[in-house]
Design a protein around this ligand. Structure first.
Ligand code: SF4
Length: 312
């Protein structure tokens, strides 16, 4: 699943954004259609084109900035779909432009089969959402954008919601889950993603950072509400910081270069099924939260390398 950055600029300004704090947004010349096509062609030839997951080819994630505001976004999407007719294309978008029905319909048509959209949501109303996006009007746009995708998508297309877990987000979490269940019938599910304190987010670490254990306890507390969703997943959590009841929800979705397996992990029987510890977390909190499993707990293991623990 190579992460393919499409466009560096963005039309919101999230406190938790992990894009570089300086220089990246101004680098549009490196993201023209021609540069995109050249990198893609190199990738297909087996050359290193992308920073994250370059070596994987099961699906592709389109990221940014905000991909949909690229001046040639439709040209890029059509080009990719022609190049990869059957494989999954996942679009990471704040969905603001999907508030326009014509845009939503055209994007879904070009995306075709096996096209998935993932949208970050930061609140259950304008006040809570925009306290984090710092962009007036962004809640109404994203809300309507998600509604339009749900209205026009086909049965082979999906839309999921992503919540970036950080200290500012946690007080609204339970109400957000209830809001999603109530408002977005047909949603594929919700990914709860522990914050990566990199780039812009690292500049805001003072207000965003929280320990993984503290975060996991709150998730466990509201698990009955999460289990009412069609699906929920936890990203970026090592197994040992989670209460047992959450183990089967955790996925291994970080590029290996972003994580470390510390000395404590060397004797851990769960290491093969654990995502590892994000480097930015170690910088802020050290290693005190992590504890090896010295004997293998009873778990059901799947063959899915991204989702190895599927039951207890
Ligand atoms: S000790 Fe290391 S490998 Fe084991 S669960 Fe914790 S972080 Fe993962």
């Amino acid at each position: 699943m190579p992460d393919v950055p499409v466009w560096p600029k963005c039309n919101i300004n999230c406190l938790f954004c992990s894009n570089p704090a300086e220089g990246y947004r101004e680098s549009q010349d490196d993201y023209t259609f021609e540069v995109f096509a050249k990198k893609w062609s190199n990738y297909l030839k087996g050359k290193v084109s992308y920073y994250k997951f370059n070596q994987v080819d099961d699906f592709i994630s389109l990221t940014g900035g905000e991909p949909t505001i690229h001046p040639d976004f439709f040209k890029i999407l059509g080009f990719l779909r022609k190049s990869w007719p059957d494989r999954d294309i996942k679009l990471m978008t704040n969905a603001r432009v999907f508030r326009y029905e014509d845009f939503a319909k055209k994007c879904l048509r070009l995306g075709g089969r096996n096209f998935e959209i993932y949208t970050p949501l930061c609140g259950y109303n304008a006040k809570t959402h925009e306290a984090i996006t710092r962009t007036p009007g962004s809640f109404d746009d994203t809300y309507q954008g998600i509604k339009n995708v749900l209205k026009f998508k086909t049965s082979t297309q999906k839309i999921g919601i992503r919540i970036i877990l950080n200290k500012l987000q946690m007080p609204a979490l339970k109400k957000m889950v209830q809001f999603i269940n109530r408002e977005f019938s047909g949603i594929d599910g919700v990914d709860l993603i522990f914050i990566e304190l990199e780039g812009i987010a690292s500049k805001n670490a003072g207000v965003l950072k929280m320990s993984m254990k503290e975060c996991a306890l709150e998730i466990e507390r509201i698990r009955p509400f999460l289990e009412k969703l069609p699906r929920f997943s936890l990203f970026h959590f090592p197994v040992c910081v989670l209460p047992k009841g959450l183990w089967s929800y955790t996925w291994r979705t970080l590029d290996p270069k972003k994580v470390i397996y510390a000395d404590v992990c060397k004797k851990c029987k769960m290491a093969d099924y654990c995502v590892g510890i994000h480097r930015s977390y170690v910088k802020e909190f050290g290693l005190k939260d992590f504890k090896a499993f010295e004997t293998m707990p009873k778990v059901v293991i799947s063959s899915n390398k991204y989702h190895p623990i599927v039951g207890l």
